[in-house]
Design a protein around this ligand. Sequence first.
Ligand SMILES: O=C[C@H](O)[C@H](O)[C@H](O)COP(=O)(O)O
Length: 281
Amino acid sequence: MSTSITTAATSSPTNLIEQSKRLAAFQSVTSHLLPFPNYTRIGIGSGSTVVYVVEAISTLLPATTLSTMAFYPTGAQSEELIEAAGFNLQYINKLPPGALLDVCFDGADEVDPALNLIKGGGACLWQEKIVATSSRKFVCVADFRKISPALGTQWTKGIPIEVLPLAANRVLGELERMGSINPKIRPGLPGKAGAIVTDNGMWIVDAPFKPLKVEGTSDREKGEWQVDELADALIKIPGVAEIGLFYGKNGKELREAEGGAQKPVEAYFGMEDGSVKVLSA
Ligand SMILES: O=C[C@H](O)[C@H](O)[C@H](O)COP(=O)(O)O
């Protein structure tokens, strides 16, 4: 299902893409936090778009509501973001067994019509997946560039895969055998030697594949995969810690009370014309 909303959020960033991210962030917070002031545990993802989610929460929520909330980061960047906003910072490892966050907001690098996601373009994906699946609702916030007919169409750098450093070359070999086109270990800072190191001490391998089908027939001999098939195969490669494909059942299928969904219940996209497009599970 898709709806389009025109928001009244003010647009201070001058850049169209930044404005779009901010519009989507304000709309997602309006739809998922304002009607539910009883929410107390909020997950905050990583990347440039969640910066506006934190701004929206700061701007839109009354101080009395904010004072009852705890915010759970997905890595070093979102931890700093939560602290800088003056929010109550908590950690997912302290969440009691069986407890869930009420909602988690996070960005994405690419979103297909079934709300499968590619994430990890900024090297955060493992903690993001833990926080998303520890939430009753995962809400994705993005700009118009992320809307895609099939994963791998818009985000062509490859599926980010978090790997144990000593297994990286072996993982590259497996990926080539599976039809990945020139998978690579992601380098660190420009001009510096060495691979990028994640918040978890791992490396990232970027594995491009032909655009991933949501359904229908696939031909693995030709390197053609369905999202779920490929994800299930990638996660089984020894040395792979986690993959940047968020896939499987959505929150509505899994029931909000139980959490566990990697896919969002809704994705908000700031559009070029100032509207916000919403894709629902
Ligand atoms: O590793 C980074 C995360 O998965 C981000 O959520 C994703 O890359 C989207 O980031 P941005 O909002 O900056 O486009």
